[in-house]
Design a protein around this ligand. Structure first.
Ligand SMILES: [Zn+2]
Length: 378
């Protein structure tokens, strides 16, 4: 995982590779500011760009790594992220420009106690007041005095933050807020991406056909909401796979539209189902079109929920066919798939919908003639 290099960049500042990166891309390695990023920057380009890639999932990679200040001797006051929010150089840009020693440490700028009687509580350096809390000495090293309203405002805000800063004797360390261990792990990163991915992908409204078994309804919902472990979904979650290609035909990447619609096996199923029900099927159909086929087909309203059961069946059967190939290495006969679709859908409709009678032989030929609502189920 590329994110691991972010962690290593932070915890191995004295490693040779880290020094080389800093000499090329600046003290922060270009990780926080990659505005000058060029695609030909080599491998480090992809590491820097990871921040933008994860931003599409609303993961702020920079904010995951933070310095835990102890004695403040190994933490850059302006460049390291050691408080919530951005590094101080980004949060207080006007003061950063005035700083004469931009590489100073936190311990250089940490306020120290002073006697109340030595200096006034408020010190004015110009036309505007600079607030200094009582009892603290601040060790600034500005190039010139602070004078504009904006500079004074930044100063007063920074001072109010620093008043609660206390240093200790132990050494500073990096922490990662990816999980409670406070250390980076690839597993933790994968979990974070999975959670972000599921949070961001808006769920399609739940469709529930009460004639279909629960497992069929749930399967359709999982297909619509990218909850199936297709190879492309697993790859996006960071799972290391030998191939992301379709296990049934090896002619395209295994995306849900391919598996359930455009893969040869799936297309043949849909064509057979359309011929069986004497309804149109367009080869340009996408998954959304086939899943909503029953609602969008001109057919007796009484028959819509039956056709909907039939539509869900090829999706279920294709998934089983695919899983058999992946996990059992067994290739089932695709010539029998239409028979399975007819048999399964008949079994579900006849056993779960008691307000109609189904003629099995008619069902095999043309289902619209097989359903009778006049029979008495009792
Ligand atoms: Zn395929």
């Amino acid at each position: 995982m590329l994110a691991k290099w972010w962690w290593r960049f932070h915890i191995e500042p004295n490693a040779l590779w880290c020094k080389v990166i800093k000499s090329i891309h600046g003290p922060s390695g270009g990780l926080h500011d990659n505005s000058n990023l060029k695609a030909n920057s080599g491998l480090w380009y992809h590491i820097m760009k990871l921040k933008d890639d994860l931003a599409t999932l609303e993961i702020n990679l920079s904010s995951l790594f933070m310095k835990k200040v102890e004695n403040g001797n190994d933490t850059s006051f302006w460049h390291d992220k050691w408080m919530d929010g951005d590094p101080l150089c980004a949060s207080f840009p006007r003061l950063y420009r005035l700083e004469s020693n931009k590489c100073c440490c936190v311990s250089d700028r940490c306020p120290t106690p002073r006697g109340y009687d030595i200096e006034p509580l408020i010190v004015d350096f110009g036309p505007l007041g600079l607030d200094n809390p009582p009892g603290l000495n601040f060790h600034w090293a500005w190039c010139r005095s602070i004078r504009s309203i904006n500079e004074v405002e930044e100063h007063n805000n920074l001072v109010s933050i620093l008043t609660i800063l206390h240093l200790y004797v132990t050494e500073d360390t990096w922490v990662c807020s990816i999980d409670s261990s406070r250390k980076f792990s690839v597993r933790g990163m994968i979990n974070l991406i999975i959670i972000a991915h599921h949070t961001l992908v808006p769920s399609s409204p739940t469709r529930w056909n009460n004639i279909s078994p629960a497992k069929i309804n749930i399967n359709s919902w999982r297909v619509l909401n990218k909850r199936l472990p297709t190879r492309i979904n697993l790859d996006r979650m960071g799972v290391d796979l030998d191939s992301v290609r379709c296990p049934m035909c090896d002619e395209d990447v295994e995306m849900k539209d391919h598996v359930f619609v455009s893969c040869k096996i799936a297309t043949d199923n849909w064509k057979e189902v359309a011929k069986w029900w004497k309804i149109p099927y367009d080869s340009s159909f996408h998954l959304h079109d086939v899943i909503h086929m029953a609602e969008n087909t001109i057919i007796s309203p009484k028959l819509v929920k039956f056709l909907d059961v039939v539509v869900e069946t090829p999706i279920w059967i294709t998934m089983k066919f695919r899983n058999n190939m992946v996990f059992s290495k067994k290739r089932l006969s695709k010539n029998l798939l239409l028979n399975d679709i007819k048999l399964m859908s008949y079994a579900w409709v006849s056993s779960r919908y008691r307000k109609a009678c189904l003629n099995w032989l008619e069902w095999l030929i043309y289902p619209c003639n097989a359903i009778s609502f006049s029979c008495n189920s009792s």
